[in-house]
Design a protein around this ligand. Structure first.
Ligand SMILES: Cc1ncc(C[n+]2csc(CCOP(=O)(O)OP(=O)(O)O)c2C)c(N)n1
Ligand code: SF4
Ligand code: SF4
Length: 442
């Protein structure tokens, strides 16, 4: 288990009540002899019941390790669990990871789409709290204004936190304990740093209580939920980000403010049954483009990069977990707007090998040059370095084979054979052009 977990035992315990049976965990288990295997639900339901209940009594041990690694992050309690998404959904693992890294100080603005439905189907919600009662703040807005909605949340919190800073500055001249004054100074310094503001804020709480006779200290106590820097995440699908909510997304990234945007790109409007969006690539079949899409996929990342001040990354969990980890950490730490575009296989793709292979399908997409991994970090520019890092290797696998592995492409051969070949060639050429355009930035 490594030095950090010395003398401890490790077990992966699946919840028999909530496992959807997608089989991705088994598919991607890297051990030679799989550490986890699929078995029929009966009699596992009965057999695993008491194991699961016991597992729930075990305390979180994540403080023993560095949680900002792929391995370490998975020891943290997810604050998003057991959603109602389809088995094997490519979107949900990204949301889960975000809550493991930032969940206790996260504010989420969720665009309408699959993520708002599996994220909040009343009366149950998959978002939960940790042992300290902390968890993500979550709200869903309209499909057309989610970026603005999230930005409003950001501005509101920013206003409250500036008020706290003003009150602390005023209190530096008041008759309160010197210890509290020095904590105020520390907080003002650490205010915009997620980890540091958490530490200083927690250390300050008992001092605030001890000085609560002071009216201004009381005003800070009233706003204590805002002492820790929030991690703002504006999330949604490609229909929202590339299409109907794009104007708002553009407005928000142009602001230069510190918000993070996660676009889960299923390349269709998934929640309403798979309509074509501006993220759908050439030749793909979707509703409104049943004879294959004639126009190329929009390059949202490139558009965001054109500002120069926006952190942009394209990721695919199943293709490179380390790159995803780096991108998410960098995006969150960056003091301006960040856009992370995450490839998300979906039932709408008709993956021939099934939804148990969604993680593997992401890997195939990258190896075939269908999807590209990169990070654009404006901070590197300030250090005199190239801000663009292409994380994908030169594609070597067959592009056509990748397309033929999904019904959204393969069925075009049967339904519109006269256009299929030309559209497949066009799609491949466009993907190559896209790769070359990234290569030129390196
Ligand atoms: C203005 C508006 N148009 C249409 C809809 C209907 N609608 C709800 S979710 C959705 C699709 C969402 O697609 P996407 O953003 O790609 O997210 P996904 O479901 O793929 O995660 C649509 C069209 C709506 N809610 N509001
Ligand atoms: S990855 Fe799929 S099969 Fe494995 S535990 Fe999770 S839901 Fe169950
Ligand atoms: S329709 Fe697609 S994006 Fe929506 S929950 Fe199912 S697999 Fe996930």
């Amino acid at each position: 288990m490594g030095k950090d977990f010395k003398d401890l035992k490790y077990r992966i315990q699946v919840s028999p009540y909530d496992c959807t049976g997608c089989s991705n965990c088994v598919d991607i288990c890297p051990a030679k002899n799989k550490a986890i295997v699929m078995k029929p639900i009966e009699p596992q339901m009965e057999a695993q019941k008491s194991n699961w209940e016991y597992a729930l009594t075990i305390s979180d041990k994540s403080e023993l390790t560095n949680i900002e690694t792929v391995r370490g992050s998975q020891f943290v309690q997810p604050l998003f669990e057991f959603s109602g998404a389809c088995a094997g959904c490519g979107e949900t693992p990204y949301v889960k990871l975000l809550t493991q890294l930032f969940g206790d100080r996260m504010m989420i603005a969720n665009a309408t789409g699959c993520s708002s439905i599996y994220g909040g189907s009343a009366p149950s919600v998959p978002y939960c709290t940790n042992k300290d009662g902390k968890g993500p703040t979550w709200a869903n807005s309209l499909f057309e204004d989610n970026a603005e909605f999230g930005y409003g949340m950001f501005l509101g919190v920013q206003q409250i936190r500036s008020k706290i800073a003003d009150t602390m500055t005023e209190l530096l001249e008041a008759n309160i304990s010197e210890e509290l004054k020095s904590k105020f100074k520390e907080w003002i310094e650490a205010k915009e740093d997620g980890k540091l503001s958490k530490k200083v804020s927690l250390d300050m709480l008992h001092l605030l209580e001890e000085n609560k006779d002071n009216q201004l200290v009381n005003e800070i106590i009233e706003r204590k939920d805002f002492l820790i820097k929030k991690s703002f995440w504006i999330v949604g699908g490609d229909g929202w980000a590339y299409d109907i909510g794009f104007g708002g997304l553009d407005h928000v990234i142009a602001s230069g403010d510190d918000v993070n945007i996660l676009v889960m790109d299923t390349e269709v409007y998934s929640n309403t049954g798979g309509q074509s969006s501006k993220a759908s690539p050439t030749a793909s079949i979707a509703k409104f483009t049943t004879s294959g899409k004639k126009v190329r996929k929009k390059d949202l990342g490139m558009m965001a990069m054109s500002y120069g001040h926006v952190y942009v990354a394209q990721v695919a969990m199943g293709a490179n977990q380390n790159q995803l980890m780096k991108a998410v950490k960098e995006a969150e730490a960056y003091k301006g707007p960040s856009v992370v575009i995450a490839y998300s296989p979906c039932i709408a793709h008709g993956i021939k090998e099934g939804m148990g292979k969604t993680q593997t399908q992401m890997k195939k997409a990258v190896e075939a040059g269908y999807w590209h991994l990169y990070r654009y970090n404006p901070e590197l520019k300030e250090e005199g370095k190239n801000p663009f890092i292409l994380d994908s290797k030169e594609p070597k696998a067959s592009f056509r084979e990748f397309l033929m592995g999904e019904v959204r492409y393969a069925s075009l051969v049967k339904t519109f054979p006269e256009v299929a070949e030309d559209l497949f060639v066009k799609s491949e050429e466009e993907a190559k052009e896209r790769y070359e355009s990234y290569l030129r930035l390196t």
